[in-house]
Ligand binder design. Structure first.
Ligand code: SF4
Ligand code: SF4
Length: 87
């Protein structure tokens, strides 16, 4: 699997990545320090499927996901049911 890299200096412990992760691979411990939150993010590599949702959703650009596959996606409109919106 690819690597998920967390940048402690960028992170403000908002927990958005925890909500975004479909594999429950991320936990955030946080504490309030004056007006700013700080904390520690842990990523369970064995649970991570490198979907990049944490990277895409992180408002502080504190997570980088190194994917193991690259490629192009072709969309076939004739086969799309336009119901689930999961893609
Ligand atoms: S979404 Fe980004 S800023 Fe928020 S806790 Fe996760 S890594 Fe930190
Ligand atoms: S890449 Fe996906 S599965 Fe891995 S920690 Fe981020 S959101 Fe979770």
């Amino acid at each position: 699997m690819g690597d998920v890299v967390w940048d402690e200096k960028q992170c403000d412990a908002c927990q958005v990545c925890v909500e975004a992760c479909p594999e429950e691979a991320i936990t955030v411990e946080r504490a309030v320090e004056s007006a700013k939150l700080s904390g520690k993010v842990e990523i369970l590599e064995e649970n991570c499927c490198t979907c990049t949702w944490c990277e895409i959703n992180c408002p502080a650009e504190a997570i980088t996901v190194e994917k193991i596959f690259e490629g192009d996606i072709e969309f076939n409109a004739d086969k799309c049911c336009r119901v689930f919106h999961l893609c």
